[in-house]
Ligand binder design. Sequence first.
Ligand code: KDG
Length: 336
Amino acid sequence: MRFTFALAGTLAALLTATAVQAQDFKPRIVRFGYGLVDESNQGRAVRFFAKEVEKATGGKMKVRAIGNASLGSDTQMQQALIGGAQEMMVGSTATLVGIAPQMALWDTPFLINSAREADALLDGPVGERVKATLEPKGMVGLAYWENGFRNLTNNKHPVAKLEDMNGIKLRVMQNNVFLDSFKALGANAVPLPFSELFTALETRAVDGQENPYNTVLSSKFYEVQKYLTVTNHVYSPWIVTVSKKWWDQLSPAEKKVLQDAAVKSREFERKDTRDEAAKALAELKQKGMQVNELAPAEAGRMRDKLTTVHASVAVSVGQDLWKQAQDELAKVRAAK
Ligand code: KDG
């Protein structure tokens, strides 16, 4: 008899919860745009997010994962979110610097030296502080995902020493820190949207580019790039953002579902990205890329050149934020 009552109680609670769920959610279509191909770490994470949202809203909120920059480049999608013409996107923090200058912190060469440091900094008070600068500009940041450590590819010659960078026309993300960094290395830095990169490499409009192994693999850059130099010169995050115009129309329950799904997909995405990165370099070699590591002395010379931009980043993001980031990193490094 007691078992029957207990079962009835559980069933009633479940039905109530479902009933509350249905009441809290309106039928909504969420266009979630991204720039990489569907079969990439970025695409897999967006689809994971979509499933989580549909599960949590009983199918009321449907997320359309739209990749390949079909909704536009990162900067075009950012404007669509601000205008309320698109609900969500994930893209590079580097292309957000024109909207929120403090995002340039994440472009700093050799700021972050490990995944542990990245997660601690991005998911802690510094990451939150930078993310919050988006809201007054019309975008709400939900979570940072991992793009990864960036490495150099080109079609001219292997880059084994600093001087080998001279004269290489190198595509960089549209942001002054990347422009200044690669000019400091002696390259001819050319800012281009990611959506135009493959064609620019294929037509030799540019000689090279820099991106994590995962992107070099999923975007098939190995088809149009011969040389890969392991530099790990900067850790690049992506950030999941929502149109504030649309966000402000949502109920607290709907906002919580999106926030929770963004954090859950962050854990999925980081694991997927790191698992794939561990295998990607071997795959790129199998695809015919000639891979070289820099000798320590040469890596040191490049690092010395690249860290000359640190002072200008500190000015553009603000000395207070710069110091907070350095202090946070010192704490992570001390807590072995
Ligand atoms: O849309 C793809 C971009 O957000 C991201 O991959 C940025 O790393 C990037 C690049 O090189 O543009």
